[in-house]
Design a protein around this ligand. Structure first.
Ligand code: FES
Length: 160
């Protein structure tokens, strides 16, 4: 092999090594979420006694996520309604029309959506406006004195 051929082969070989060294981690980074299962755990909302019977309260949970750098985006707001029999209804915060956060107005006993005037009854049924589906609910359970909700459901995915 002459000098020109040797340098050409060396350049191509080193270029391939550099592309592989940079490309494999990038491809791994991009494809890893496809193979990482999303945790399907219940997450803690708070003490059961924090929610008075007949009240609807805004609470925050940390959604389980495979992305450790999610930061504030892993926080999710939920509305917790405690019924007089001690059971709960837990609603996703997002309106079922286009996803704006709904607000609970205790005086009216209704959820209002500020975006397009959607209105929901306390049990999540549609009372008026453009939404056609009730507020999405999350599964809940009580463990000891703690209220837990399933953190996996996305607000835009119907649960039933
Ligand atoms: Fe709530 Fe449109 S997003 S009414």
């Amino acid at each position: 092999m002459n000098r020109r051929g040797f340098l050409g082969t060396l350049t191509i070989t080193l270029g391939g090594v550099i592309v592989a060294a940079l490309g494999v981690p990038v491809i791994g980074y991009l494809l890893a979420p496809l193979f990482t299962p999303v945790p399907d755990d219940f997450v803690d909302v708070g003490a059961v006694t924090d929610f008075k019977a007949g009240s609807t309260t805004l609470a925050q949970i940390d959604d389980p996520t495979p992305l450790p750098w999610a930061g504030q985006t892993a926080r999710a707001a939920i509305w917790v309604r405690r019924l007089s029999d001690g059971s709960f209804q837990v609603f996703a915060e997002n309106c079922t029309h286009l996803g704006c956060p709904v607000m609970w107005r205790a005086a009216a006993e209704l959820f209002f959506c500020p975006c397009h005037g959607g209105v929901f009854y306390p049990d999540g049924r549609v009372a008026g406006g453009p939404p056609t589906r009730p507020l999405l609910q999350r599964q809940w359970t009580v463990a000891g004195d703690r209220l837990l909700v399933r953190g996996r459901d996305l607000p835009n995915v119907p649960t039933s």
